[in-house]
Write a protein that binds this ligand. Structure first.
Ligand code: NDP
Length: 240
């Protein structure tokens, strides 16, 4: 049986690795993205994974997309809420626009997407939801009140929804990645990157596949007893 999995932000970075790992392990994957058609088309051509373009912060757009994915592939059984953005700035310089953008995209998306699949998961008495949080949601980070609040919110969201799903075969877990070598992190100046790596006991940045392995573990049918947990994958940088 091939379970239908949706990976938001599944065409680049960590999400790309998750999409590929799920496909390689027998899932039927829908990878979503916001606007980078070039990356999405290259990804789809290379890996034969269907892509869907919409804003995860927009409930109506999510509703239309979930309806399309369901028509194309079947009801969603696995949801990976991975799409996320940063709009950094210290509080005394941050406009409300940066707050709203990060809360809507990183946290509002978890509500939107989960709300739209939870009823069919309940009907099937099966579901796997994995929300991608962050080390910076656990520990905070200078210049990221918006991002840390959204990611911290994901961890509370996960525990509450896990309680609602537990009697219905639906598990809800989070992964809190440390610094992972995606485009976003590779763009950080070398001297700052060196300082970050010096704080990681394992001595390197994470790879996208390090996170994807955690997702694969949590979405397995056999992982039915793991719910409401946060798996920290950060090279020992923050033991929480
Ligand atoms: P990337 O910037 O490499 O990729 C982000 C993906 O999300 C892209 O596919 C992008 O689409 C999509 N996306 C962004 N905004 C939206 C939106 N509004 N609607 C739909 N899709 C959207 O991110 P990473 O791979 O680095 O990060 C993935 C997740 O992991 C994020 O939640 C991030 O916060 C978290 N994380 C990352 C860490 C890191 O070190 N990289 C550390 C800890 C957590 P498009 O290609 O169209 O832009």
């Amino acid at each position: 049986m091939s379970r239908v999995a949706v990976v938001t932000g599944g065409t680049r970075g960590i999400g790309e690795a998750i999409s590929i790992m799920l496909k390689d392990n027998g899932f039927t994957v829908a990878a979503t993205y916001a606007g980078n058609d070039e990356a999405a088309n290259a990804f789809s051509a290379a890996h034969g994974i269907k892509t869907y373009k919409f804003d995860v912060g927009d409930f109506d757009a999510c509703e239309t997309a979930i309806a399309q994915i369901t028509a194309d592939l079947g009801p969603v059984e696995v949801l990976v809420n991975n799409a996320g953005i940063t709009r950094d700035g210290t509080m005394h310089r941050m406009g409300r626009d940066k707050w709203d953008a990060v809360i809507d995209t990183n946290l509002g998306s978890c509500f939107n997407m989960s709300r739209l699949v939870i009823e069919s998961m309940r009907e099937k008495s099966f579901g796997r939801i994995v929300n991608i949080g962050s080390i910076n949601g656990q520990a905070g980070q200078y210049g990221q009140v918006n991002y840390a609040a959204a990611k911290s919110g994901i961890h509370g969201f996960t525990k509450a929804l896990a309680q609602e799903g537990a009697g219905k075969g639906i598990t809800v877990n989070a992964i809190a990645p440390g610094y992972v070598a995606t485009e976003m992190v590779r763009a950080v100046p070398a001297e700052i990157l060196e300082k970050i790596i010096a704080k990681i006991p394992v001595g390197r940045l994470g790879a996208a596949n390090d996170i994807a392995r955690g997702v694969l573990f949590l979405v397995a049918d056999e992982a039915e007893f793991i719910t409401g947990s946060t798996l920290s994958i950060n090279g020992g940088q923050h033991m929480y």
